[in-house]
Design a protein around this ligand. Structure first.
Ligand SMILES: CC(C)(COP(=O)(O)OP(=O)(O)OC[C@H]1O[C@@H](n2cnc3c(N)ncnc32)[C@H](O)[C@@H]1OP(=O)(O)O)[C@@H](O)C(=O)NCCC(=O)NCCS
Length: 225
């Protein structure tokens, strides 16, 4: 989607920048990993195919993608912005996507990946999603109730992550062995029991769940690398 082609979103520990050709070599290296291919339900692509995919994602009106970069250190100052030169030096750690198979009136499927195990459990995904979801609600705009995520039933880290952000498990699609989670819906108790999932949810009423109230003022910049 061209909506975000010049947008950067500044978090305290993570930056969201548009997916551009210069990101493809690293992205292509990541997607050689069988673990990531499986967890993101992706097919292996050649470098040329990956480049073509990046071009397509940029233009397709049904996809919105940001690359995630780690800030060198956590930024606690109210001024979150960075110069293009500083942004270029940040480490690429993952991506976050929205897919709109039925356009803006239909469901919006979210997906996130923090590629390296070394970069996980540092709060990058939760912060990136808080900013991303808030950006979608404000700028597409998309009603948060349209947001869903499809996750392999065994992918506990991802299920917990989306529960933290206020998504609930509403469906178990047995043929794909995946669960569907919808924003602002409670977990279906029968599915939790069937899948032997922990019925104790991560805290929902903490700051992670109230991403709808995040103020993006001062966190959005223009990106012209
Ligand atoms: C799922 C994934 C995106 C989580 O990223 P992350 O940066 O490690 O997540 P965060 O550090 O922001 O964690 C946020 C919350 O998610 C949950 N979580 C994340 N990893 C978890 C794990 N290994 N076990 C249990 N809960 C986990 C926790 O509730 C955590 O909050 P806490 O740290 O306060 O307990 C990451 O593991 C990943 O990219 N996996 C491979 C690709 C994938 O599965 N993508 C999802 C497809 S939709």
């Amino acid at each position: 989607m061209r909506l975000n082609e010049n947008t950067v979103i500044f978090g305290d520990r993570v930056l969201l920048v548009p997916y551009r050709a210069e990101h493809v070599p690293t992205y292509h290296e990541w997607m050689k990993s069988p673990e990531l291919l499986e967890l993101t339900a992706s097919e292996p692509l050649s470098f040329e195919e990956e480049l073509e995919m990046q071009r397509k994602w940029h233009l397709d009106e049904d996809k919105l993608t940001f690359i995630l970069l780690a800030r060198p250190e956590i930024c606690s100052s109210p001024n979150k912005s960075m110069t293009p030169e500083e942004i270029r030096r940040c480490k690429m750690i993952g991506d976050v996507n929205l897919f709109l198979p039925d356009g803006l009136a239909g469901q919006g499927e979210c997906e996130i990946m923090i590629a390296s195990k070394d970069d996980r459990r540092k709060g990058y995904a939760v912060e990136a999603l808080q900013l991303f979801l808030r950006h979608l609600a404000q700028h597409l705009p998309l009603d948060p109730l349209q947001l869903i995520v499809k996750i392999a039933s065994a992918n506990i880290p991802s299920i917990k992550l989306f529960q933290t952000l206020g998504f609930g498990i509403v469906k178990h699609v047995k043929v794909f062995d995946e669960v569907e989670m919808h924003y602002a819906k409670p977990d279906d108790a029968d599915i939790l029991a069937d899948l032997n999932l922990d019925s104790k949810r991560p805290a929902r009423d903490g700051p992670k769940a109230i991403w709808e109230e995040i103020d993006l003022q001062g966190r959005i910049g223009m990106y012209y690398p």
